[in-house]
Ligand binder design. Sequence first.
Ligand code: GRG
Length: 297
Amino acid sequence: MDFQTQLKQKVEAIEQILEKYLPAEEGYQKTVLEAMNYSVRVGGKRLRPMLMQETYQMLGGNGDIVEPFMAAQEMIHTYSLVHDDLPAMDNDMYRRGKKTTHVLYGEAMAILAGDGLLNYAFETACKAFLLEPGNENIGKALTVLAGKAGIYGMIGGQVADVEAEKRGLALDEEKLMYIHEHKTAALIQSSFMIGAILAGAGAEDVKKLEKAAYNIGIAFQIQDDILDVTSTLEVLGKPIGSDEKNNKLTYVKAHGLEKAKEDVEKLSKEALEILQGMQNRNEFLEQLVVYLIHREK
Ligand code: GRG
């Protein structure tokens, strides 16, 4: 089966898992539940749960314990997008080709939907304890899920990004890499690490995958910056030029388009070398990394 067909099938299978874990839209809080579910169902590449599942399988995992974590990670990712699109942050009206959550449900409900998704992510991941009550890897995986999304992870990166933007700080390479590592690479790292931990991998393999995912995350973000300059609204599903509009510190701005493209290649090559050096290989995962880094949307 070719890569695109496999990718499509895997996205559909992940969407079924997500559906299983989304909350029922009922009760006095129904509106926020609808806004949460809208935000998750609106689409997206489902990259993070896919990376988690593929890593889990690469390292010999064959149960369903990874599923609540896959759903949790997509909920965390979705909350971050809902909040990032708010008027107080990027004030974006479109995401994934559809209206953003605050445009449809209002700002207050979008804030609450983001909060709801973040909290429900942990309620969902904790369901792994019901599947395998005695499995101590669940606690380790929860620690990584929380840490990489938190103030020393994605939120930390977003804080530095918001401040750089608001204050119009001069380009600073160290800060730029801090932002990319935390805002973007952190959730990609936790996807690989949680997949590995739940499959019972040792600390050394988890460290190697953390490094590979760092490279993938940075390359993914640089590609995001490249697309913001070179793509179109139709292809991307959101307006291009938003980095410029928001006075964003980007890799393309700091280094120029050519160097940005070269570094994407270099980072992805190093990441693939790490994956190819693992005891077990997953051909689809390697193809997925290449595809994501060279994606057009
Ligand atoms: C609000 C705490 C907080 C964090 C927001 C994710 C994020 C941090 C901001 C969104 C803007 C952005 C460009 C982030 C970098 C990561 C990135 C490229 C996210 C988009 O991820 P995709 O391409 O999205 O996987 P889909 O729609 O495919 O799920």
